[in-house]
Design a binder for this molecule. Structure first.
Ligand code: T4K
Length: 385
């Protein structure tokens, strides 16, 4: 067994994520065209080509691009006319809830399931009131929600079903894209995501009638130079973003494959360390994207709290993250919203969760080293030294 005292810290910081940087020349080649055309934004030719390529990738004609995922979700909810109460998860990035807030919608937080941290359908059903208009579920860490159960609840109660699919680029269920489920899904193309366009966001949606509304909302509500049909905002994607998105899209299979390999090393080497739990493998029919590498830390069994492990890893130049702690409902701006649901699982997970580094350029040897460091920090590892 490796002695933790003898392991040197990494020379360069190992962050929880790094953006995939495509071959420089591929991006520069595209930049030439932008320079020559002098067209930088406002639904330029590269944004249009990018939208077409994403339609093909997601196998749907109904996509709309935005400058980031948060505005995509916020304007998507607005465009769909969602009001009143929306049932959602507290175990997510705060932007999910912010998108509701900016639409004057009351979030109703309910608990998650313990295996993959997605909304618990039973809790969703129990939280429905006459004011409920929609469910906003999150495919957190790229894990598909319980889509059949949620679809059934939405249908029976006449609710819209909206997915925050910020983490779910490239995920497929059987032969269907994850974008095929629900009334609308939002994908984030932020630099920290496995797939990115520097910043960027996309809505995919069932009702093609929504497209026009989303286009108005992201472009000041302009119908033409002299007509504004609604008070829209500015949430357009620009040409540099779209170019990055197009170039990165060419590498998406390679990106996902590398992340699969990293995950396999983590699973292999962390398996069996007392106090470190890995999520169960996803069912075979789910084509996963390996978006994050979450583990749960049991303080008693591991011999160290999650927070202490997070700090100790920093000494080795390893910057894990506590995605998603605190729960959104515990942030100062949402604390006054009283969740009726005790959120038992979400609270437990938020106290124990740690997401480990995973990104395209992370060497498999470095992953092994991270695992050795964790193993040796554990009670069992410490005794063996
Ligand atoms: N819904 C969900 C479920 C989401 O997770 C998110 C975003 C959204 C909605 C909203 O989508 P966007 O509006 O962002 O499109 C990051 C991201 O900023 C955020 O996009 C993401 N979720 C969230 C989970 O993570 P931070 O504050 O943790 O990022 P930051 O800046 O600390 O970056 C993490 C690490 O990544 C850094 O330690 C180093 C590395 N990094 C970061 C950037 C930006 C790089 O190496 N290069 C970079 O350019 O929020």
């Amino acid at each position: 067994m490796t002695n933790v005292n003898k392991i040197e810290p990494f020379k360069e910081p190992i962050y929880v994520t790094r953006p995939f940087m495509p071959p420089f020349d591929e991006y520069v080649q595209g930049l030439k065209e932008i320079w020559e055309s002098q067209w930088l934004t406002n639904n330029g030719p590269i944004v249009q080509r990018f939208a077409k390529e994403l339609s093909d990738y997601f196998e749907t004609g109904n996509v709309c691009l935005f400058t980031n995922g948060t505005l995509a979700l916020q304007l998507g909810l607005q465009g769909m006319g969602i009001t009143g109460e929306v049932i959602t998860t507290p175990f997510t990035f705060v932007a999910t809830t912010h998108a509701l807030f900016w639409n004057n919608i009351s979030p109703v937080f309910v608990d998650i399931e313990p295996d993959y941290y997605t909304l618990d359908p039973e809790k969703v059903e129990a939280a429905i009131t006459p004011h409920t208009t929609a469910i906003l579920a999150v495919h957190v860490f790229g894990h598909p929600c319980n889509i059949d159960a949620l679809a059934d609840i939405a249908r029976r109660h006449n609710l819209k079903l909206i997915y925050d699919a910020a983490h779910a680029f490239g995920v497929r269920i059987g032969n269907k894209s994850i974008a095929d489920f629900g009334d609308m899904s939002m994908f984030s193309f932020h630099a920290t995501k496995l797939y990115h366009s520097i910043e960027g966001g996309m809505l995919s949606f069932k009702d093609s009638g929504n497209k026009k509304k989303f286009d108005y909302l992201k472009n000041f509500g302009f119908e033409n130079e002299e007509e504004v049909v609604m008070p829209g905002t500015n949430a357009k994607m620009n040409e540099m973003q779209a170019l990055m998105g197009r170039v990165v899209l060419k590498h998406i299979n390679d990106i996902i494959e590398k992340r699969r390999k990293i995950t396999a090393v983590y699973r292999d080497m962390l398996e069996g360390i007392p106090g470190i739990s890995l999520l169960p493998e996803l069912p075979k029919h789910i084509h996963y994207n390996y978006a994050y590498m979450p583990v749960e830390v049991d303080e008693k069994e591991f011999g160290m709290s999650r927070d202490r492990l997070y700090e100790e890893l920093k000494k080795y130049n390893i910057y894990s993250r506590k995605y998603f702690y605190p729960l959104v409902c515990d942030f100062a701006c949402y604390k006054s919203i009283c969740a009726k649901d005790p959120l038992t699982i979400a609270r437990k997970v938020a106290e124990r969760i740690l997401t480990l580094p995973i990104y395209y350029n992370l060497a498999l040897d470095d992953v092994s080293m991270i695992c050795n460091i964790i193993r040796n920090m554990s009670q069992a590892g410490a005794k063996a030294i």
